[in-house]
Design a protein around this ligand. Structure first.
Ligand SMILES: Nc1ncnc2c1ncn2[C@@H]1O[C@H](COP(=O)(O)OP(=O)(O)OP(=O)(O)O)[C@@H](O)[C@H]1O
Length: 433
């Protein structure tokens, strides 16, 4: 088995598309690392670079500390399972699994061992048409693993399956990779799948790494507003806010109501260096409080819509906040100077700056000025976000247990806010800690 490292890896295609942008990542021996991000963020290109199906424009791939850039795919000893794997319909399960080994000595034993690991020992004589979707998936995995690869690469292995089976198989696929103990890179655009299967998740956007961490870390402690927005169902509530000092603490003005951090809040000092921020509140950081809590932070709103889910309701509240423009959550990454450097032959040397670092001056410069309101400063927003019909996007979303009684549209609700779980981001999308 083998640790995999990506070392300032970049891939720029001939047409100028920056698919991977200065990506550094270490995957431990035997670890299951999920590459997660929206379509086009470069996930598959990273896998292809690791497999040797593409060569990097800059940077290196290392296996066990050794650079493998010069090695052909067949000499890297990696196994890949793609979304559209194909089994040979006229061959049995045993023949399908053994296919990569042809007539190598000891095939029977290797096939039997792979089949046992994947729970296929009882179906070795069947043909693919006689298998369930899950069994077929496992045969594809067994076939990939029979050569005992150093690294296992899975590219959206469940994407073609229906939702129910996908849900069932994701734990099975992860358990299999763990049982085999092989270092695994698993690509998906499905954040639920990523959180369910990963030892660690690497969140990519625009070819660049936004954060890598355990599922709990990336969910609870997102490094950027993009990570906060991309992970979690329902989505994190993201609103624009203006910051000003108040009674030794800090007040974040959300437009029609405020949240105040007490003077002893560790973030207060850092927050005061910013005029405008984005606040993030996961639905599970909010609790419907009827009647209103005394003392603690709270927000109020009128119920617009309730989605019933049996044991709970997802409640959409019009809380008068202004949603973060999508442009802020989907941070753009192109940088002509950086691109020119990558395309230069030989590639230009450092300095490399992080994507966020590059964006910071530009986004800060574009941020509009704020204006005074009855609370202090009213955040000024991009015109698109202040259109009357965009208000539904600004709803505050929370979960309410059905047992406590669900509110009805039109009800006024007070929601207590767990300030420890309040996420704060600057105008470049970077977390304020
Ligand atoms: N051979 C190629 N030539 C030019 N551009 C390419 C090539 N292959 C991929 N791209 C582009 O590189 C970017 C990253 O593609 P990639 O397939 O790695 O994304 P992805 O995150 O895996 O997306 P998806 O989830 O849709 O598969 C995309 O903009 C894609 O259009």
């Amino acid at each position: 088995m083998t640790a995999v490292a990506l070392d300032h890896l970049s891939k720029v295609f001939d047409d100028g598309t920056v698919a991977v942008n200065d990506l550094s990542l270490a995957v431990a021996d035997g670890e299951l690392l999920v590459l997660l991000g929206p379509t086009g963020c470069g996930k598959s290109t990273v896998l292809r670079l690791v497999a040797g199906l593409e060569s990097p424009t800059a940077g290196h791939v290392r296996f066990g500390g050794r650079i493998v850039d010069h090695l052909h795919t067949r000499d890297r000893n990696v196994a890949m399972v793609f979304q559209h794997y194909a089994l040979y319909p006229h061959l049995t399960v045993a023949q399908n699994i053994g296919f990569p080994l042809r007539s190598a000595p000891g095939v029977g034993e290797l096939v039997a061992r792979a089949a046992e690991r994947l729970g296929l020992s009882g179906v070795l004589d069947r043909r693919p048409a006689q298998l369930s979707g899950g069994e077929r998936q496992r045969v594809a995995m067994a076939r990939a693993l029979v050569r005992q690869p150093r690294v296992f690469l899975l590219d959206e292995p469940l994407a073609h399956l229906d939702a129910g089976l996908r849900h069932e198989l994701r734990t099975e696929v992860a358990a299999t990779a763990r049982r085999v103990g092989v270092t695994t890179l698993y690509v998906t655009h499905d954040q639920g799948e990523a959180l369910a299967v990963a030892d660690r998740v690497a969140v990519l956007h625009g070819g660049a790494l936004h954060q890598v961490g355990t599922p709990t870390e990336v969910y609870d402690d997102p490094a950027t507003v993009f990570v906060a927005a991309f992970l979690g169902t329902p989505r994190a509530n993201l609103f624009e806010g203006a910051v000003y000092p108040a009674d030794g603490g800090v007040t974040v003005d959300l437009g029609s109501q405020v949240l105040t951090l007490p003077p002893d809040d560790a973030r207060a000092h850092a927050l005061l260096r910013h005029e405008r921020v984005t606040i993030g509140l996961r639905p599970d950081a909010l609790h419907a409080a009827m009647p209103a809590p005394d003392g603690g932070a709270s927000l109020r709103g009128r119920v617009r819509h309730v989605e019933h889910h049996g044991h709970e309701g997802i409640v959409y509240l019009d809380a008068g906040g202004l949603p973060t423009p999508p442009a802020h959550t989907m941070i753009r990454t192109s940088d002509p100077a950086h691109l020119a450097g990558l395309l230069a032959d030989p590639p230009a040397p450092e300095p490399r700056r992080s994507v966020i670092g590059r964006l910071l001056p530009r986004l800060t410069a574009e941020a509009p000025a704020t204006a005074r309101t009855r609370y202090g400063f009213y955040p000024a927003y991009e015109p698109a976000t202040t259109l009357p019909d965009s208000t539904a996007d600004g709803d505050l979303v929370l979960r309410v247990p059905a047992a406590s009684g669900l509110p009805s549209p039109g009800d006024h609700l007070t929601v207590s806010v767990d300030l420890d779980r309040l996420l704060l981001f600057d105008t470049a999308g970077t977390r304020i800690r």
